[in-house]
Design a protein around this ligand. Structure first.
Ligand code: NAD
Length: 456
């Protein structure tokens, strides 16, 4: 089935229909209409999958996709047009152009944590760039996955865009095929499997992965505002966000005030019993619930710590000063648990951050701009904020992606279109003049050519 589907996409791509910009715009508009029509179904599916609140579904899933679609539809003609670039003097006379060429058959593998947005947004970019798409949503959010299939089947011919549902076995079969581009969002471990499979066929790829994101709070930070912004960014989606703060590094003089402020902000957002709050998500499945609950064993939960396996609930939790070799400090947490480590000097910050691979995000809270700027420049990370969390995601003019183990490549805005396009460089040489200098015999031309290179 999968090889046949891919073959049909190959054949269809050869017809050239996807290269037609008017056609691309028309299908994207059709998709937009369908997504708007079915917004309530999308919100319901997300709520069934992990009790995602409607507000969060609109803020972080449906509107993100719709604004992406608008941006693509508005700019597609401009972005797809060959661009004139300044020619090299050496080639005189010439006209140089950059063509945005679709790769061909693209494979998109999506995770479960933003199961709608992280599947559809790259798909929209791949279509805008003129590719065919095979999308595999996550099996851990089955309601959203089934809905995605139903929407895509309604809007697209399968030889253009198709959804293949399933878990590891399906993903493995997909990765065994030869694709022209692979876009993967998920964990570091699976990212390595995807990279190996892509290497077999020398397929270019984007890896949007995760990491342990530090959140530094110095002695000058506005603690009340800091707590409010961390509560939002950390407990949104119940902490199941790749760019959520993973652990806090706080100046020791501010720790007690921070705990008090965090308790106030958690109560304000989710009441003093967050299990009853309509605004707090559940953990996606039993396996992840068990993984997270284990992190609480033998730790000092200064806030929260309550769990309920039946409803896969873990309270917004702060752990005071865990050991560096504890479960919670080993890998990315990916849940509503926030360990807090205090520091006395900057060397301690450095030791902790450098224990881990380059993270996807880093946050620093400080009213000392010079100091915050120094931290941003000192550490390698995908992207981040000063005095806030998560919101860098929302600017489509900023690339979104990791570095080192947190990912390869980036997307968002125009970069999404560029990610799914090969940039083909073409020089059109003029025939009205043919300078003899580059042609053999070379005798007597060396000093002249050296001078030419100096001018350039
Ligand atoms: P995951 O790696 O377990 O799964 C992602 C996708 O890969 C799913 O579609 C899954 O079916 C497939 N998959 C799982 N195991 C596979 C295997 N052995 N071979 C082939 N395919 C396989 O990730 P997840 O649990 O869905 O998502 C959580 C992870 O994703 C976190 O690490 C998080 O940081 C990361 N993430 C990153 C971003 C980003 O934009 N950088 C966004 C969201 C999530």
């Amino acid at each position: 089935m999968i090889p046949e589907l891919l073959q049909s996409q190959k054949e269809y791509f050869k017809t050239g229909e996807t290269k037609n910009v008017a056609f691309r715009k028309q299908v994207l508009k059709h998709l937009k209409t369908e997504l708007i029509k079915r917004e309530n179904e999308i919100i319901e599916a997300l709520a069934k999958d992990f009790k995602k609140p409607a507000f969060e579904s609109v803020l972080t899933e449906t509107t993100v996709v719709l604004s992406d679609l608008d941006l693509m539809i508005k700019n597609l003609s401009k972005w797809a047009k060959p661009k004139r670039v300044i020619p090299a003097l050496l080639n005189f006379p010439s006209t140089d152009r950059l063509y945005s060429e679709p790769f061909g058959q693209t494979l998109i593998i999506a995770p479960w944590n933003y199961p709608y947005q992280l599947a559809i947004a790259p798909m929209v970019a791949a279509i805008a760039a003129g590719n065919t798409v095979l999308l595999k949503p996550s099996e851990l959010t089955p309601n959203t996955s089934a809905l995605l299939k139903s929407i895509i089947d309604t809007v697209f011919k399968p030889e253009h865009v198709s959804v293949t549902e399933g878990g590891v076995a399906v993903s493995t079969e997909l990765l065994a095929q030869r694709w022209d581009y692979i876009f993967f969002t998920g964990s570091v471990n699976v990212g390595k499997i995807v990279a190996k499979a892509a290497a077999e066929h020398l397929t270019p790829l984007t890896l949007e992965l995760g990491g342990k994101n530090p959140c530094i709070i110095d002695e000058t930070a506005n603690i009340k505002l800091t707590a409010k912004r961390i509560v939002w960014g950390k407990f949104l989606n119940a902490g199941q966000t790749c760019i959520a703060p993973d652990y806090i590094l706080i100046h020791h003089s501010k720790k007690e005030a921070f705990y008090k402020a965090m308790q106030i902000e958690i109560d304000k957002a989710y009441s003093n019993n967050p299990s009853t709050s309509k605004d707090f998500c559940r953990i996606v499945n039993d396996m992840n619930f068990k993984r997270l609950a284990k992190m609480l064993d033998n730790e000092k939960c200064i806030i929260g710590g309550q769990t309920d396996a039946k409803i896969r609930y873990i309270a917004p939790t702060l752990i005071d000063e865990p050991q560096m070799d504890s479960e919670v400090m080993k890998d990315e947490i990916f849940g509503p648990i926030l360990p807090v480590l205090s520091y006395k000097n900057e060397a301690e910050i450095e030791t902790t951050i450098h224990k881990y691979e380059k993270p996807l995000s880093l946050y620093v809270f400080s009213t000392n701009s010079a100091k915050a700027g120094k931290i941003i420049e000192k550490y390698a990370f995908g992207g981040g904020c000063i005095n806030d969390t998560v919101i860098h995601f929302a600017n489509h003019r900023l690339p979104f992606g990791g570095t080192g183990n947190s990912g390869i490549g980036a997307y968002h805005g125009k970069l999404s279109f560029d990610t799914f396009s090969h940039k083909k460089a073409v020089v059109k040489k003029g025939n009205w003049l043919d300078l003899p200098v580059r042609y053999a015999p070379y005798k007597g031309k060396l000093s002249f050519i050296k001078k030419v290179f100096k001018w350039l």
